[in-house]
Design a binder for this molecule. Structure first.
Ligand code: C2E
Ligand code: CA
Ligand code: CA
Ligand code: CA
Length: 280
């Protein structure tokens, strides 16, 4: 038994080494991904629910990494980019590419389409972040009002004056700010007062239990109500089933995204959806 244990340990540790090796290889490949043009954006439609046939009014840009013949999802590489600090350059690229693409769609006739981009905490902490956004809007010709930046509660927990200053600067430009994954973190309603926010996004883990889970119903209803009373737009994410949609509409939730409308898709495919749905 001892012998077997040893063999198993050796096997296990070889496995660990192999996986550490793979991790190293992945990180070194990741370091070159930007220069090699391996990042791509997918876009997920955001629909306005108050119309009968909910029109697409916006898109959320979601990052993908084309590596080794597959599209690597963000949760597998963003933490590593955050740790190394490379997320700042990659985030800049994401912002520029999303603004460029959205402006092109606007010029093709979808004039009111807006774009929502996820920010990493590191980006907001750059002293010159607001200036970078100004430069990107200038270069791409996208109006500030067509851009939404998504942050999470952990951004706000840092509570540095730098974060507050950056958010105020962005809001002053006319860029809208969305609080992503609302309700999943250390939510403090004080954030809603202290920071210049324009939108709340109801996390998909809440939507998944609708309707039927009494607590999730109460939470979702409360977030939608908060939005109405504070004058914030509310976006429900993870809308997959007609029953989710029915509930959200009955509660007066203004905006939604999810597989039920469309998964995130490449720009060319999104263009086809735009033509079919004709957001103008
Ligand atoms: P998120 O911002 O909460 O994005 C929503 C995630 O839910 C996306 O996963 C999307 O594909 C997925 N989703 C959309 N509809 C549905 C649905 O109906 N059901 C379910 N189960 N899932 C749905 P994705 O693309 O894998 O992104 C994961 C996270 O990675 C994002 O969560 C965001 O936090 C982060 N991320 C993505 N792109 C960027 C980026 O450019 N910069 C930064 N800093 N973070 C990003
Ligand atoms: Ca998001
Ligand atoms: Ca989210
Ligand atoms: Ca999330």
């Amino acid at each position: 038994a001892k012998q077997a244990g040893k063999a198993q340990f050796a096997h296990y540790s070889a496995g660990l080494q192999a996986s550490a090796q793979r991790q190293l290889e992945l990180e070194s490949a990741l370091g070159q991904a930007l220069a090699r043009g391996e990042f791509v954006l997918h876009y997920q439609p955001i629909h306005r629910l108050d119309a009968h046939d909910p029109p697409m009014v916006g898109v959320e840009a979601l990052l993908r990494w084309r590596h080794d013949g597959r599209l690597v999802p963000p949760l597998e590489f963003i933490p590593s980019l955050e740790e190394s600090g490379e997320i700042v350059q990659v985030g800049d690229w994401v912002l520029r590419e999303a603004c460029r693409q959205t402006r092109a769609w606007q010029l093709a006739g979808h004039r009111h389409l807006y774009c929502s981009v996820n920010l990493s905490r590191r980006q907001l902490q750059q002293d010159d972040f607001v200036a970078r956004v100004v430069a990107i809007l200038d270069d791409t010709g996208l109006a500030a009002a067509s851009l939404v930046l998504e942050i999470t509660e952990t951004h706000l927990m840092q509570d540095s004056n730098a974060t507050l200053g950056a958010l105020r600067g962005l809001a002053a430009l006319g860029v809208r700010l969305a609080l992503d994954d609302f309700g999943t973190g250390y939510s403090s309603l004080g954030y809603l007062k202290r920071f210049p926010l324009h939108m709340l996004k109801i996390d998909k883990s809440f939507i998944a239990g609708l309707p039927g889970d009494a607590e999730l119903e109460v939470i979702s209803r409360a977030i939608i109500g908060l939005g109405h009373s504070l004058g914030l737009e509310v976006v429900a994410e993870g809308v997959e089933h007609p029953r989710h949609l029915e509930f959200l509409r009955a509660e007066g939730c203004p905006l939604a995204q999810g597989y039920g409308f469309s998964p995130p898709c490449p720009a060319a495919m999104l263009e086809r959806l735009l033509q079919d749905g004709a957001a103008s």
